[in-house]
Design a protein around this ligand. Structure first.
Ligand code: SF4
Length: 342
């Protein structure tokens, strides 16, 4: 099977290939229209292309870089998790979440993750490698094709699956361009969110990009002592460096930033910590998502009253925040539950 996936190519790359083959340039747009917008599974279905061109594409490129192995849907039908095999045998997971009219794909950006955060199943398996732009893009295209078959469409993409997206910045950004380019997938940039554990230099780099992609930072604690435990990259990028980078991002982009705060019973769910969090974020245009932790042997979610008290304290201190619903728990597709397993 050819090693280069068609989604690895930009419009101009494909035009160059076509010109080498003596084919007209307009074929590039036709081909990418099939790849990004139609529910097909191989080049032979590209019915407006001459058979010889379809054969050339098939012998030079692979139609997809990821291959579904297993699929699980939550009991309430709102989340579907798919395990994909990559061409080198590694595996990743992605999730489709359906809520009201939203169809959100949660994509992975790395095989494993080097950071090993205790709240996250991905980190427990160690780091294998970065995903390519095609492997990231193809996760969205897989679910897009499934939804199209039922008359639906992907409405949102979140980089919250396996891996730290800002460590794999160039490939993630190439995938963002594939997904937002009007001639390719054409999703509005505001419908994409990159979620990070908080890498200040990469946040600054992101703030210089023109596309209005959303940014979510996993905070989990309002001070270094606690955050060193819950998000170990904090030892390299402490709050006194991270929060100013977030403030610069908001100033440069004029966009509101989202902070994810996983609430853990008797660890980070007290009212004094909520007050400390409000102090840390004072004057910052942000929204805090409060996420009761998915239960594990080590961590339990707080009782309802503690969650409510934390929420009300932030609100009283003028910090916009919401308590987020837990989805996909029964198929291990909740936040921090993705890992590669057969
Ligand atoms: S939370 Fe993010 S940075 Fe931490 S181990 Fe998991 S994927 Fe990596």
């Amino acid at each position: 099977m050819p090693e280069i996936a068609i989604t690895e190519l930009s419009l101009n790359d494909l035009r160059d290939v076509l010109s080498d083959w003596g084919e007209p340039q307009y074929r590039a747009r036709q081909i990418l229209d099939w790849v990004y917008r139609k529910p097909i599974s191989d080049f032979s279905a590209m019915s407006n292309l001459p058979p010889k061109l379809r054969e050339s594409l098939d012998s030079e490129f692979s139609f997809q870089s990821i291959f579904p192995v297993t699929e699980a849907t939550s009991r309430d039908g709102s989340s579907t998790k798919v395990l994909f095999r990559l061409s080198d045998g590694n595996t990743i997971e992605s999730v489709l979440m359906m809520y009201d009219k939203r169809r959100t794909v949660c994509v992975s950006s790395q095989v494993g993750c080097a950071f090993g955060c205790p709240l996250c199943a991905t980190g427990a398996s160690g780091f294998e490698r970065n995903l390519t732009p095609a492997e990231i893009t193809d996760q969205v295209l897989f679910f897009s094709r499934c939804l199209q078959a039922e008359g639906g469409a992907v409405t949102n993409v979140v980089f919250m699956g396996m891996g730290e997206p800002l460590v794999n910045f160039e490939a993630v950004w190439r995938a963002v361009e594939n997904l937002t380019s009007p001639g390719l997938f054409g999703l509005g940039a505001r419908h994409l969110t990159i979620s990070t554990i908080g890498i200040p230099s990469a946040i600054k780099k992101l703030s210089r990009k023109k596309l209005q992609v959303g940014l979510a930072v996993s905070l989990h604690a309002p001070n270094n002592e606690l955050r060193d435990l819950l998000a170990p990259p904090n030892r390299m990028y402490p709050l006194e460096v991270l929060i100013p980078a977030c403030r610069s991002y908001v100033e440069a982009t004029r966009r509101r930033i989202t902070f994810e705060y996983t609430l853990i019973r008797s660890v980070n769910d007290s009212v004094p910590l909520a007050i400390e969090l409000a102090e840390l974020l004072r004057g910052l245009n942000c929204h805090v998502n409060l996420i009761p932790v998915n239960p594990t042997p080590e961590f339990k979610p707080p009782h309802r009253a503690r969650i409510q008290a934390f929420h009300e304290t932030l609100t009283r201190h003028h910090v916009s925040n919401t308590i987020r619903l837990k989805r996909g728990l029964d198929i291990h597709a909740g936040c921090g539950q993705l890992r590669a397993r057969d």
